[in-house]
Design a protein. Structure first.
Length: 205
């Protein structure tokens, strides 16, 4: 694994995609959502992204994928448009949060730190006898611990054995298209920059 490289949003070529933008948009991104206010309005679980194969370097998606009925189709489209080494920055709810995740009727999918192992050819890709290849490799994830666990030294142990310890998880995931090595970026800094850059639409302000 190579060391991460410092880059900012502006270092990534256009188009940069904000998928599942919801009530916010990111300036300099193409903001995509089922809502009419988005730059592109579409059903992410049924419609193909209107971009060429291997044409995108950066996709940001914040608490959207848990709502998409056909998650595998959506991930396949993200993979299709991303270049090799293209970066998907993803924020989703954590599996074991009962209050607002497992009982949420609008959350259709569950996520934890092992989710992208199913798309990694060196781990579990192919174990489900999948049709087609959608290959990703997760090189970074970050847990958001709930109080009081965020202050405790044994929080990792608590996460592995208890419910309601982590409420969400962030990922930095790279698209795999060939055998060239992955060049990592500073996923944490890029994710936080994307979050800070979100602006509410005027009608929602």
């Amino acid at each position: 694994m190579s060391s991460s490289t410092a880059r900012t949003i502006s270092d990534f070529a256009l188009p940069r995609l904000n998928i599942g933008a919801g009530k916010t948009y990111i300036p300099g991104f193409t903001n995509i959502d089922i809502a009419q206010v988005a730059d592109i309005t579409m059903d992410l679980g049924a419609e193909r992204l209107p971009f060429e194969d291997n044409s995108v370097e950066l996709i940001f998606s914040y608490h959207c994928l848990e709502h998409v009925p056909d998650l595998l189709f959506c991930l396949g489209e993200m993979n299709r448009v991303l270049k090799h080494n293209g970066l998907l920055l993803l924020g989703v709810p954590y599996l074991t949060l009962t209050q607002h995740n497992l009982v949420n009727p609008y959350h259709l999918h569950n996520f934890n730190e092992y989710f992208f192992d199913l798309f990694d050819p060196d781990v579990l890709l192919g174990s489900a006898v999948e049709e087609g290849i959608v290959a990703f490799r997760s090189h970074w994830h970050r847990f958001h611990y709930m109080p009081p666990f965020s202050k405790l030294p044994f929080k990792a142990l608590a996460r592995r054995h208890l419910m309601n310890v982590v409420n969400k998880i962030d990922f930095g995931v790279y698209a795999l298209k060939n055998d060239e090595p992955i060049v990592r970026f500073n996923e944490s800094a890029l994710f936080d920059e994307c979050c800070r850059s979100r602006v509410r639409y005027a009608a929602e302000a």
